[in-house]
Ligand binder design. Sequence first.
Ligand code: ADP
Ligand code: ZN
Ligand code: MG
Length: 495
Amino acid sequence: MTAQALQQRDLAVVIGLEVHVQLETDTKIFCGCSTEPADDEEPNTRTCPVCLGLPGALPVLNEAAVEAAVKVGKALDADIAAETRFHRKNYYYPDLPKNFQITQYDAPICADGTLSVSVEGDRREIGIGRAHLEEDPGSLQHEGGNIETADYTLVDYNRAGTPLMEIVTDPDFRGPGEVRAFLAKLEEVLEYLGVFDASRDGSLRIDANISLVPEDEMDDGDADEATLAAANRTEVKNISSHKGAEQALAYEVTRQKNAIERGREVEQETRHWDESRGITVSMRSKEEEKDYRYFREADLPPLQVADWTERIPIPELPDARRERFREAYGLDAESASKLTSTKEVADFFEDVADRFDADLAATWVADDLLGELNYRDMRMTDVEGRLDEFARLIELVDADEITEKNAREVVLRTMLDEGLDPDAVVDREGLGKAGDDAVATAVAEAIEENPEAVEDYHAGEGGALNFLVGQVMSKTGGSADPGTVNGLLRDRLDD
Ligand code: ADP
Ligand code: ZN
Ligand code: MG
């Protein structure tokens, strides 16, 4: 359609994503090199002839990467291929030592999936056209500037061969906000599966395709193939966060709208998201498939994976778990959502809710523990080894051995700040609730030592009782429950 023809019409936003996620495996996808960078590792040390692409080196497929891909396929409700194959995608770039990338082409491991996302209260089903396995290239370091201004460029193959899964969505997004919600949901699901680590640098990389199509050619919110094919779209690369995706796409919507309003055509091209400047810039005209001269990777035999789906279990996924938590533990939507935000949080909640009391567990995990962790910029995984200690704290509250206030304001905070276990904090700070005998003795003493206050109490002076409560509290070092003390005093005084 010409720019002039588009100019007159209402436009709808159409977006489709190609999301690259790093699969968490111990070793690379086609060799035995570790995927875990050492703290201060030197470039090109975590390599071998296979991931350096040396002549004669042969790839061997990592079973763990295939298992992770099958899990992703199951979670996305996708078809798992009966037979999956690998292809060579040929292009020359210094980060790709073989001059081709091993990826998948006509027989991806997963196809035809879906992920349901909630966007401002609405359920949206986003189609997943395909999801395939591939290897990551190495990384380039431009010294003294960016790709255009650098004095020279260094290449590091430590990352080369890291297993990636490329998840390609259908063009089902109608705005940047939906994209952000989808990415959050996708990460949540991948983390539940235990195949992905969102905190790892560069573990999520997004290419976003976006076009504007005439609103009246959308059929019930969906565009037909011909309309999609006719629309000039841009592919925005170099996006590495949810927020970046939303910003880059919002920028692109405005840029394309402005072009059309001025009667100019939107170029079909690849653009680069410049995060620091908050703009997209033109990179090059988009490559076409034929540029890559795909052909079969003869060094890797086809793999039958359909029957793997049965022997590879996946855990209960966040949506299902949220529903079950609401029903089984009587949680409101907000608590259920917080308590299923990660698998670690949900597992811990369920453990303490079953052992002690569900309401107490919900308050302590959703509000107190997550609140204090959040305040310290920590996640549940940062305290993974200490879950028993937090369970013990909840047990102390459940058994009425310390007051909720002390548990919250002293014990929990000291546990996090000083690494002490709860019993050690209770001992050190003398927070154990005074036993019944000790409280009764303190009540008796307070009455005996303060005849004037007793007289005032009987004369109906309001402050007298408070004064006596204060005396008992100080005798018990603050460890008595003020309400109980109040009741005991009244009983004795009114006798
Ligand atoms: P290509 O062969 O150019 O890579 P694909 O059909 O593989 O195209 O689609 C790549 C991505 O582009 C997918 O995520 C798809 O949803 C998206 N896409 C396709 N058509 C459009 C369009 N008109 N506007 C926005 N995104 C689109
Ligand atoms: Zn290697
Ligand atoms: Mg494509």
